[in-house]
Design a protein around this ligand. Structure first.
Ligand code: PLP
Length: 376
């Protein structure tokens, strides 16, 4: 491909910091650069505790362990999301309840939430699609009224805001992804933002293989041992060094991504509307994270034809998310075709255009020209 869907790039002092971790002999986890990442994330988002993890998937698994999700508990997730949003809770034996999405933002439809709650419901996991906030005031009110935990899957929404407040600060916990396709990356990585301080101590234990090693390193206990269930979710400092180099220049990264998003929008929105093609909807009370730009083609056939057409021009565009309730495993969990009609329809029609930190205007012009040459 001349223009890939995603391309990784250095945005600052990544290599210098990685070299430092090796020369000072700190390549395991929770050392200088992990601590710098924790401090910066806590400072930006005001989280009570931020913990970098091996992935967002693992941060979600950590949240499920922290909530002590048990077989038979029900967890409500949007059907239109990445598999990890559901899998983390299914792994603990939870029954996954698939919610449909809003037709405008493609986020969990908060108007349907109440009807999905039963006496077994333990948690709801809103995912901020494309970094546009879910209706967190309504979701929070309903969750509070029913005593449910809210875990925000904020893999897309880092630096987005809802009614002026950072995404990731509404739930008792939120997860971030630093996978290579995300705004800020270290290849593979994630973080758990903890907003309820009662969860901190156990989070540290679960993340450190079920041991109190974090307390030991802080000098709070004289030896560490097995104190509970846990796994290995600590990020290597080699990756934390890469991550910190990106995090410390986040305003520059975000401002460039804003430029890329606005450029697509300025050149494609009117054209799209004239052809019956949809563009992202960002309500006025949401500040998006500039994670992706997508088009909603009139049909599945038109979407597939556009992807093929762009491919023939050396441009890789991609569809996004087979709705989980329609996936082979989702069906085994009870998902039925027709039960989340908006997810099904949008998923058939959606195409994501290339979007990465080093995307330049020349390449963007080429993408825009190719899209506009496509005959529907
Ligand atoms: C919404 C959502 N949640 C979770 C994940 C999992 O992230 P990771 O690859 O860091 O495990 C992704 C990955 O793209 C995602 O899109």
């Amino acid at each position: 491909m001349n223009i890939p869907f995603n391309r990784s790039s250095l945005r600052g002092r990544e290599l210098e910091y990685i070299f430092q971790t090796i020369t000072i002999g700190q390549i395991a986890g929770d050392q200088t650069f992990s601590k710098k990442c924790h401090a910066l994330l806590e400072q930006i988002f005001g989280a009570k505790r931020a913990l970098v993890t091996t992935s967002c998937t693992h941060a979600l698994e950590l949240s499920a362990l922290l909530l002590d999700v048990q077989p038979g508990d029900e967890v409500i997730v949007p059907s239109f999301t990445f598999v990890s949003t559901a899998n983390a809770f299914a792994l603990r034996g939870a029954k996954i309840i698939f919610a449909d999405i809003r037709p405008d933002t493609l986020n969990l439809d908060e108007r349907q939430l109440e009807s999905l709650i039963t006496s077994r419901t333990k948690a709801v996991v809103p995912m901020h699609y494309a970094g546009v906030g879910c209706e967190m005031d309504v979701i929070g009110r309903i969750a509070d009224a029913h005593g449910l935990a809210v875990v925000e899957d904020n893999a897309h929404g880092m630096f987005g805001k809802f009614r002026g407040r950072w995404l990731g600060t509404f739930g008792c916990m939120a997860t971030l992804s630093f996978h290579e396709t995300k705004n800020i990356t270290c290849g593979e990585g994630g973080a758990l933002l903890i907003n309820d301080e009662r969860l901190i101590e156990r989070a540290e234990i679960i993340r450190e293989k079920g041991t109190n090693r974090s307390q030991f390193f802080r000098g709070q206990v004289d030896k560490y041992s097995w104190v509970g269930l846990g796994s290995s979710y600590v990020m290597s400092d080699v990756l934390a060094a890469f991550l910190f180099a990106q995090l410390e220049v986040w305003p520059a990264i975000q401002s460039h991504r804003q430029h890329i998003w606005n450029y697509y929008d300025r050149h494609l929105r009117d054209w799209a509307q004239s052809k019956g093609i949809g563009c992202p909807v960002v309500p006025p009370h949401c500040d998006q994270s500039y994670h992706m730009y997508y088009l909603l083609m009139p049909s599945l056939e038109a979407r597939q034809a556009l992807i093929s057409f762009l491919k023939s021009r050396g441009i890789l565009s991609v569809f996004h998310y087979v709705p989980l309730h329609q996936s082979p495993f989702g069906q085994r969990l009870g998902g039925r075709k027709g039960s989340c009609p908006v997810s099904e329809e949008k998923s058939d029609r959606l195409v994501r255009l290339p979007f990465y930190n080093s995307l330049n205007q020349e390449d963007q012009d080429q993408i825009i020209a190719a899209v506009q040459q496509f005959q529907i």
